[in-house]
Design a protein around this ligand. Structure first.
Ligand SMILES: *[C@@H]1O[C@H](CO)[C@@H](O)[C@H](O)[C@H]1NC(C)=O
Ligand SMILES: *[C@@H]1O[C@H](CO)[C@@H](O)[C@H](O)[C@H]1NC(C)=O
Ligand SMILES: *[C@@H]1O[C@H](CO)[C@@H](O)[C@H](O)[C@H]1NC(C)=O
Length: 406
């Protein structure tokens, strides 16, 4: 404990400019007009368990050849924010969950993309189908009506598609598609606020993440800024139609992926920039351990045919951000300044680019691919390796990137 607070003070001293800035801001009247990014919210920043920036970056392998930049952009302005990509049992696809609330599938060159499923009867062309604008702020106030499917998984035996939707919880739709059926919209008597990703256990139970009890998807930036840890890993059991809390107190739990033999599952904690393991079987069953600290903010995790794991990372963390992480009070002041979030983020030295990384079962890094110039990818949400090709999704742009691999 003591060591930690000492370290914190050192960090602050190493950034005297930040300290002065923070103190100066302390005298500023705190955003009386509610114009800052957190204006109108009850913003409660807390400390969180993020690994030291320097320590992580020193060990992290770099892709000096920017190999991800050699990827290809496909389906430009045909798919809108395809966060999760999936293929069915016949190898058809990809299927993609879009920012306009639909799940679409690729039917080949002649037919193109067709709507496969929707998650709510609230969905209408007029309200929801905003095309390329669905990945912009124009969609925000409609999202909770239209839905936002974030995680997709086929049960390859039954052909059913399971969906984690940010607003409509866990759902399932048959092999023919159509209107999905809700399975879990609440747990322990409270609504599931932000379902994010899922995976299917061989016994049929669905493990899925609920990112926060306080903020929904549109407000996800506040989860990162506060460092709040109210997220959960949940389990839905089909025979009893019941939902259970597996893990609580997680900081932006996001992607979920079982290992090949399902003895464990991996999940990402986006706020804490790390990849975690939850043991399903064996002597450590029921316990959680750290797999890897990451250089940036992870999203989904997906297994390949060799049983290795692709992690999609929005890179990188910065040293300035770390000072904020350890000092909630600075965040309290900083983000109440009546300045646009994008400018505040830039002042903190944040410039996001895409890094994808392959881990083996032991948590060793096998591969790192980067696109620092943002040639094909600016924000990444998922990497799916299928027969010699990586399919790379993004939550905020209107395309899919692909790259031959290995
Ligand atoms: C990439 O470049 C850095 C610094 O220039 C070097 O330390 C590192 O070994 C290089 N990595 C690879 C994989 O070549
Ligand atoms: C329609 O959307 C509203 C707003 O999110 C929600 O309260 C309602 O439950 C939705 N209705 C259906 C049938 O999904
Ligand atoms: C499937 O296995 C998990 C992990 O052991 C267990 O928690 C869950 O209840 C099981 N589901 C069914 C339907 O038996």
């Amino acid at each position: 404990m003591e060591k930690k607070s000492l370290l914190k003070d050192e960090t602050l001293l190493q950034h005297p400019l930040l300290l002065i800035l923070a103190l100066a801001l302390g005298f500023v009247v705190m955003d009386p007009l509610d114009m800052g990014p957190v204006g109108g919210h009850e913003f409660r920043p807390v400390k969180h368990e993020i690994a030291p920036y320097k320590q992580v970056m020193e060990k992290w392998p770099r892709d000096n050849h920017s190999r991800l930049g050699e990827g290809k952009l496909e389906f430009v302005d045909e798919v809108f924010g395809p966060e999760s990509l999936e293929f069915d049992g016949f190898g058809h696809g990809p299927y993609a969950g879009l920012a306009d609330g639909r799940i679409v599938r690729w039917m080949g060159e002649n037919v193109g993309w067709e709507t496969f499923a929707i998650v709510t009867t609230n969905w209408s062309e007029k309200l929801c189908a905003r095309g390329v604008d669905s990945t912009t702020a124009k969609q925000w106030k409609h999202e909770k009506w239209c839905g936002r499917p974030l995680g997709l998984r086929f049960n390859k035996e039954t052909g059913d598609l399971y969906i984690a939707d940010a607003y409509y919880g866990l759902l399932v739709v048959g092999p023919e598609g159509g209107l999905a059926t809700p399975l879990a919209i609440q747990v322990a008597g409270k609504p599931i606020l932000f379902a994010n990703d899922l995976d299917i256990h061989r016994n049929g139970s669905i493990f899925f993440t609920d990112t926060s009890k306080r903020y929904n998807r549109v407000n996800h930036f506040f989860i990162l800024l506060e460092g709040e840890a109210t997220g959960r890993l949940l389990r839905y059991d089909p025979p009893t139609k019941t939902t259970h809390v597996v893990l609580d107190g997680l900081a932006f739990p996001n992607g979920v992926q079982f290992s090949k033999d399902q003895s464990f599952l991996l999940f990402t904690e986006t706020t804490n920039c790390r990849l975690m393991k939850y043991w399903m079987e064996g002597p450590r069953a029921g316990t959680v351990e750290l797999v890897a600290n990451l250089p940036g903010f992870p999203d989904n995790v997906r297994i390949n045919e060799r049983g290795e794991f692709w992690v999609a990372i929005d890179c990188c963390r910065t040293a300035a951000q770390e000072v904020l992480t350890h000092n909630p009070w600075i965040r309290s002041v900083y983000f109440r300044l009546p300045i646009r979030m994008s400018i505040l983020a830039r002042m903190m030295g944040m410039r996001m680019y895409t890094v994808i990384s392959l881990f083996n079962e032991k948590g060793e890094i096998l591969e790192v691919l980067e696109d620092p110039k943002g040639v094909v990818m600016k924000l990444v949400s998922e990497v799916k390796e299928v027969q010699g090709k990586l399919w790379i999704g993004t939550v905020a742009h209107n395309h899919i990137a692909t790259l031959p691999y290995p």
